[in-house]
Design a protein. Structure first.
Length: 181
């Protein structure tokens, strides 16, 4: 015997309450001071921690269409992000990350970064996802790190046996904005 349930719209106040609950950032448990969630992804040979407030979506890596008569090294072209056309910034070139080893591109993703009313796509070699990073263990970037990478980073921390460069959201946005303009 099959039951069918009629679809009833949610009351407006309940919908608003649920939306507020979903939008609220997760609370960090007691004893976890100094920890923050970052979206950890590999760009070039470096693991970078993106502030989650900047990341509006992660999408499978797709085709980037070249912009005619544009020879900028940091703009790869245009990317279709679920029906929105956004500039694709080559973060490896912009931040001059360490060179990547030869690895399979099957895990490549596009991060759609959003600030104010601007969006940009950046290609990453792979993404671990949201990771809880202990920022109390933040250390200075290595001496041979590029100046553009050092300019947008807060420091580096060891996480899951790999160094993660924690990015400063405001400085990253300024660098991306400059690359797009």
């Amino acid at each position: 015997m099959s039951r069918t349930h009629p679809h009833r719209p949610l009351p407006a106040d309940l919908r608003a309450e649920w939306a507020a609950d979903i939008a609220r950032p997760p609370e960090i448990a007691a004893g976890r001071e100094g920890r923050q969630r970052l979206l950890v992804a590999r760009v070039g040979g470096d693991w970078l921690g993106f502030p989650p407030a900047l990341v509006s979506a992660t999408l499978p890596a797709g085709a980037v269409r070249r912009i005619p008569h544009r020879v900028s090294g940091t703009i790869e072209g245009l990317f279709n992000a679920d029906g929105r056309i956004v500039a694709c910034v080559n973060l490896e070139r912009l931040l001059k990350t360490s060179p990547a080893g030869s690895e399979d591109g099957a895990a490549a993703r596009m991060l759609i970064l959003q600030w104010r009313h601007t969006q940009a796509a950046v290609r990453v070699r792979s993404a671990l996802g949201l990771e809880e990073i202990d920022l109390s263990a933040l250390q200075k970037l290595r001496d041979d790190a590029s100046a553009p990478l050092a300019g947008v980073s807060r420091g580096v921390v060891m996480h899951a046996s790999r160094p993660v460069v924690c990015l400063d959201g405001e400085r990253l946005v300024a660098s991306l904005q400059e690359a797009i303009e």
